[in-house]
Design a protein around this ligand. Structure first.
Ligand code: NAD
Length: 398
């Protein structure tokens, strides 16, 4: 029986969405306590307290000494559908860091799918280990078996430290995996779609600030020209925007600058440039007290996850400074849209349509932020939470 090889602890609590003292309670659609996405975690808290703080439904600890597998699968919310989220492989300093990361990431997946209008819940998995040294076929296939045992409640995909080949191994054990190569029926590389979503988000912000959404003549700094960044540079240059690029990889910087006619700038000078838009496409937390003070642009919109160092503090600072911030999880949903499309039976046309909807989703966030004089991140959280709350009520009737 499958359960025989399932030496894991399952911590299950009822599906009570974010109803804790530190987060939001759904009372009515209009009446919210200010919703902030990420509660502060107290590492000394018990695991159950941490789950309550984040509002998680279920967390599965996967252990297999034979393959060296140590993984955590976190299912945050399944009101809208199965929890879909990538599997990250990372050499965490300790298990507490791994748990915190998976709780944080899975919760943000709930919001990302909700605001993108997808019928998906939020989940994420982390495998503790060095992806360059510790990854083996057996470890990944064993991990696939743990996913299989969740019977479709959790569906995984690629994340930091994993790649489409790894998903192929997981797929040998379970169907509940997306982002496999096109050659075996998957949706292939999601990064052009992710870049298109960011591009639509940028356009929505430009429309809000300038009255039309043309990027011709606008100046944009793209920080990080990796998979998403380079595709974004292409879209921006195709619309005749002036593009500055920065990356710690000097060789790549030179290549991309030449290929698209962009201007390469050093990493430490980007906040001195007088540009219209800053597009962070490298790391999180680049928007903080120091950089906001220096920032000259009127729009921040990029792919990097968790761009605000502190959502509450820096979201508010941007509001007060009059800088339009497109919340990252709203505009970087192209990757998850690609996976959703694969789940539904991949269609390029449908994927593009769903991704283009990011324009309207961003406009809605900006409108709510303006109407209620709240930061855009709070506005986005409210919209995502309202959709989950509404659909929960719909599903309560047989
Ligand atoms: P990537 O690793 O391909 O590219 C990141 C680039 O940033 C690299 O070229 C790296 O050299 C550069 N970089 C790192 N530190 C930097 C720094 N301090 N200054 C300038 N450049 C720096 O990653 P990616 O897939 O393009 O993703 C970029 C960001 O978008 C990440 O934060 C990722 O989590 C997020 N994101 C990606 C996807 C996706 O589909 N790939 C989807 C949603 C969000």
């Amino acid at each position: 029986m499958l359960i025989d090889f399932w030496p894991c602890v399952q911590l299950i609590k009822t599906n009570r969405f974010a109803a804790t003292k530190k987060t939001t309670t759904f009372v009515t659609a209009q009446k919210y306590i200010l919703p902030f996405l990420m509660p502060t975690l107290n590492p000394d808290d018990s695991i159950f307290n941490q789950l309550e703080t984040f509002g998680h439904k279920k967390v599965v600890f996967c252990s297999d000494p034979d393959t060296g597998l140590k993984a955590i699968i976190a299912i945050h919310d399944t009101t809208l559908g199965p929890a879909l989220g990538g599997t990250r492989m990372w050499a965490y300093r300790n298990e507490t860091d791994a748990l915190h990361d998976v709780l944080r990431l899975s919760k943000s997946m709930t919001y990302k799918s909700a605001i993108a209008g997808l019928n998906l819940g939020g989940g994420k998995a982390v495998i503790i280990g060095d992806s360059r040294k510790d990854k083996t076929e057996a470890l990944l296939r064993k991990f696939g078996r743990f996913i299989k045992n969740l019977n479709g409640e959790f569906i995984t995909a690629v994340d930091v430290g994993t790649n489409p080949k790894d998903m192929e191994y997981i797929k040998m054990e379970t169907q509940h995996v997306m982002g496999v190569p096109e050659s075996i029926g998957g949706s292939g590389d999601p990064t052009p779609i992710a870049a298109l979503g960011v591009f639509m988000g940028i356009k929505a912000c430009v429309k809000e600030l300038y009255g039309n959404d043309t990027l011709t003549g606008k100046t944009i700094i793209v920080q990080g020209i990796g998979h998403v960044g380079e595709n974004l540079v292409k879209l921006l240059r195709d619309e005749n925007a002036k593009v500055y690029i920065s990356d710690i990889n000097e060789e790549l910087l030179g290549q991309v600058a030449k290929k698209y006619g962009a201007e390469a700038v050093s990493t430490n000078s980007i906040f001195d440039i007088d540009a219209d838009i800053y597009a962070p496409c490298a790391l999180g937390a680049t928007v903080n007290t120091q950089t906001i003070k220096k920032l000259k642009c009127g729009i921040i919109a990029g792919s990097a996850n968790n761009q605000l160092e502190d959502e509450e503090v820096h979201g508010q600072m941007l509001l007060e400074k009059g800088v339009l911030f497109a919340p990252d999880y709203v505009i970087n949903a192209g990757g998850i849209i690609n996976c959703y499309s694969e789940l539904m039976g991949f269609s390029k046309k449908r994927t593009m349509q769903l991704t283009e909807n990011i324009y309207e989703a961003t406009r809605n966030v900006l409108r709510l932020s303006k109407a209620e004089n709240i930061s855009t991140i709070v506005a986005a959280n409210k919209i995502a939470e309202k959709r989950i709350s509404d659909i929960k009520k719909v599903k309560s009737t047989y």
